[in-house]
Design a protein around this ligand. Structure first.
Ligand code: 5AD
Ligand code: SF4
Length: 437
């Protein structure tokens, strides 16, 4: 079919990979990817439902894009990903011009579905889950040239009480190690030097008895892989064995993303997280003991139902004492169907939620900068990722700790190379340095 398409992606890294998968499926079927939205006959928004704000944003964006029907070439607009699973019918009534909705397990149906819409000029949706769908044989179409995301598992079985993911992405399923290794090899052959393995909870990866530490080791062993990262880990499943794999392999990034969500055990219990804060902090101690130079990042939710000022202060204490490099801080957003929506009342007032978020955001800003400042004077191994956005005569790269560094370009070094950079300054979330010759 001689039609053009454009995809806009929202949400997490999983969605970035999914958009690459969709692009690959559509190109194979003869559709043409275009760089500008105005050139597209088919517009797809790959969406996130994790918080209500994410849903509102997509609805507003799509309303805005409607005008492309008159000013551009738009013929079919569709919604992909998590929102169709979460908001299906409601979305259709708010955006009456959309012609398709497809959930995360049904992307293979897109070419046929689009053809059908052109033929029959009506709306279609595909929202079923498929426990066997891993898109193992689809090579994602990548536009980036230093880092590739490779999905190792899909879905989630954890059922944290606030979280919509198990409902919009379905049950957990792990992809075969062979297909992952094959994709890693292929990606490296294309000249990409850095790989991030992705899953909603990589620690529960299990393919015919192969668990995540073994998979990570096998991937780290692939010849030519300069840097390996992974996300996301769940504190209840994180093992010493996994940390030991990082210790043993120089090409695995010295960084960890380990959400704690809340500092109060009452809140953690109501969230169904499966650990106490003491257990979480013991895991942090274990990681830091084995990897003293590690950078740790986290996720936090404020304003979970019933969160008192005292509960919140416990979150503050954890942030003060743990020295995270960065924390992603979210205001609790009630999601329909989830256990917390059914069992609790969303009772923390909106203004109070906002105050709590702002308080820890300000606090973490200081703590994060303090972490960066500790690097001043040190020489770090940096992988050059791109030209700096602001100034073309500078490179942007990342240290082994995944910290962003900006430094002057000098000849002989290119994107994808490792260089030694002496850190001279830290500002905001960025380090500045100079290449050590
Ligand atoms: N409300 C607010 N934040 C949420 N997260 C997940 N679900 C919700 C929700 N209902 C946050 C968690 C998770 C991150 C990806 O998003 O902190 O780790
Ligand atoms: Fe958002 Fe979760 Fe879907 Fe990712 S899996 S896009 S975070 S709802």
């Amino acid at each position: 079919m001689n039609k053009t398409f454009y995809i806009e992606t929202y949400g997490c890294q999983m969605n970035i990979v999914d958009s690459e998968i969709v692009t690959s499926i559509l190109i194979k079927a003869g559709f043409k990817l275009v760089k500008h939205i105005k050139e597209a006959n088919i517009l797809l928004l790959n969406t996130c439902a994790i918080r209500e704000k994410a849903v509102e944003r997509v609805i507003n964006k799509m309303k805005h894009h409607k005008s492309l029907k008159n000013t551009g070439k738009l013929e079919i607009a569709g919604i992909l990903g998590c929102i169709p699973e979460h908001t299906g019918d409601e979305l259709k009534s708010k955006l009456d011009f959309i012609k398709l909705q497809v959930g995360p397990d049904k992307y293979r149906t897109l070419p046929e579905l689009i053809k059908k819409i052109y033929r029959e000029k009506t709306y279609f949706e595909e929202l079923d889950f498929d426990i066997d769908e891993n898109y193992e044989d689809v090579t994602p179409y990548r536009s980036e040239n230093t880092n590739a995301f490779i999905s190792v598992m899909r879905g989630c079985n954890n059922f944290c009480s606030y979280c919509v993911v198990p409902y919009v992405r379905g049950r957990e399923k792990s992809r075969s190690m062979d297909s992952i290794i094959a994709e890693v090899e292929q990606t490296l052959a294309e000249g990409i030097s850095e790989i991030t393995l992705l899953g909603q909870n990589v620690n529960s990866y299990d393919y015919e008895g192969v668990r995540f530490p073994e998979l990570l080791q096998k991937v780290a062993d692939v010849k030519g892989l300069k840097r390996l990262k992974f996300a996301t880990s769940h504190a209840k499943d994180l093992s010493e064995e996994l940390v030991d794999v990082i210790v043993r392999n120089k090409n695995i990034s010295n960084s960890f993303h380990l959400p704690f969500q809340a500092g109060s055990n009452t809140v953690l219990k109501n969230m169904n997280r499966g650990y106490t804060i003491e257990e979480y902090l013991a895991k942090i101690d274990m990681i830091r003991r084995k990897l003293p130079d590690i950078a740790i990042t986290t996720d936090v939710i404020v304003g979970f139902p019933g969160e008192t000022e005292e509960d919140f202060q416990q979150t503050v204490e954890v942030l003060k004492n743990t020295e995270f490099d960065n924390a992603f801080m979210f205001i609790y957003s009630e999601r329909k169907n989830t256990a917390s929506a059914k069992n609790f009342t969303d009772d923390v007032p909106k203004e109070e939620k906002g105050r709590r978020q702002q308080f820890i955001a300000d606090l973490q800003k200081e703590i994060g900068l303090e972490q960066l400042r500790k690097d001043i004077g040190k020489t770090r191994e940096v992988l050059i990722e791109s030209l700096s956005k602001k100034r073309k005569e500078q490179y942007k790269g990342r240290t082994e700790q995944n910290r962003i560094v900006v430094f002057d370009k000098i000849t002989n070094f290119n994107v994808g190379d490792f260089v030694k950079v002496k850190i001279i300054k830290a500002e905001g979330v960025t380090l500045f340095g100079e290449i050590v010759k």
